[in-house]
Ligand binder design. Structure first.
Ligand code: ADP
Ligand code: MG
Length: 204
């Protein structure tokens, strides 16, 4: 687990008269284990800031610290972050189990047995234990979203980044998943940045 410091971060896309300042001199200290929500209208720079923290985008100015280290030069994998996006980004040709174990197989030296145990217990916690052999296309939106969350959780990262993760769900499911994400974050205690344009969701 880790604290996150965003220090005078600016991101400008393009140059000269065509340029867009997507993030304008943002500074924020996020404590280890804290759950922080960014709320703002479309185009206000939420996703850009998340992508900078993740290492998917490079800031024009400023520093990102995770733990006590400046990570400006580190790529996404070295930052030990798990992201959940609006569109889940599950692999359609892989089963739920393969989707959840893929990241561990690629980026850790865990044994196959240890990976299987970790995926199985996380799937049970997320109430998708019965779906491990199914493909994403056979699941409801809510189930797919649980798989995406489970895939992030199983990696046991320092930080969760969630960018409008519930936007594709209907209102009832969205309300359920909000409560669930809150509970999960409480249980796991992983530092979490959560982005939404929805004020009610941010307050919940
Ligand atoms: P939000 O997630 O709050 O909707 P974004 O971070 O996606 O906002 O976008 C912030 C601003 O940066 C917008 O004006 C958007 O058009 C611009 N922007 C985002 N990504 C790029 C990019 N890769 N190239 C140019 N402009 C971008
Ligand atoms: Mg966005």
């Amino acid at each position: 687990m880790a604290s996150i410091t965003i220090d005078d971060v600016t991101k400008e896309f393009g140059e000269g008269s065509e340029s867009v300042v997507a993030v304008d001199d943002v500074s924020l200290d996020i404590k280890d284990g804290e759950f922080v929500v960014f709320v703002g209208p479309s185009g206000s720079g939420k996703s850009t800031l998340m992508r900078i923290v993740a290492g998917l985008e490079t800031q024009t100015e400023g520093d990102i610290e995770i733990g006590d280290a400046i990570v400006n030069q580190l790529g996404p994998r070295a930052r030990d972050i798990a992201m959940v996006f609006q569109n889940y980004a599950l692999y359609p040709n892989m089963t739920v189990e393969e989707n959840m174990s893929f990241g561990l197989k690629m980026s850790t030296d865990m044994s196959d047995d240890a990976i299987e145990e970790s995926v199985t217990s996380t799937a049970q916690m997320m109430d998708i234990g019965e779906l491990l052999d199914n493909k994403p296309g056979e699941l409801s939106g809510g189930q797919q979203q649980r798989v995406a969350l489970g895939r992030a959780i199983v990696r046991d990262p320092n930080v969760f980044l969630m960018d409008e993760p519930l936007s594709n769900l209907d209102a009832k499911l969205r309300a359920e998943m909000r409560t669930e994400i809150n509970r999960l974050q409480n249980d796991l205690g992983v530092t979490t940045l959560y982005v939404t344009h929805d004020q009610t969701e941010a307050m919940t």
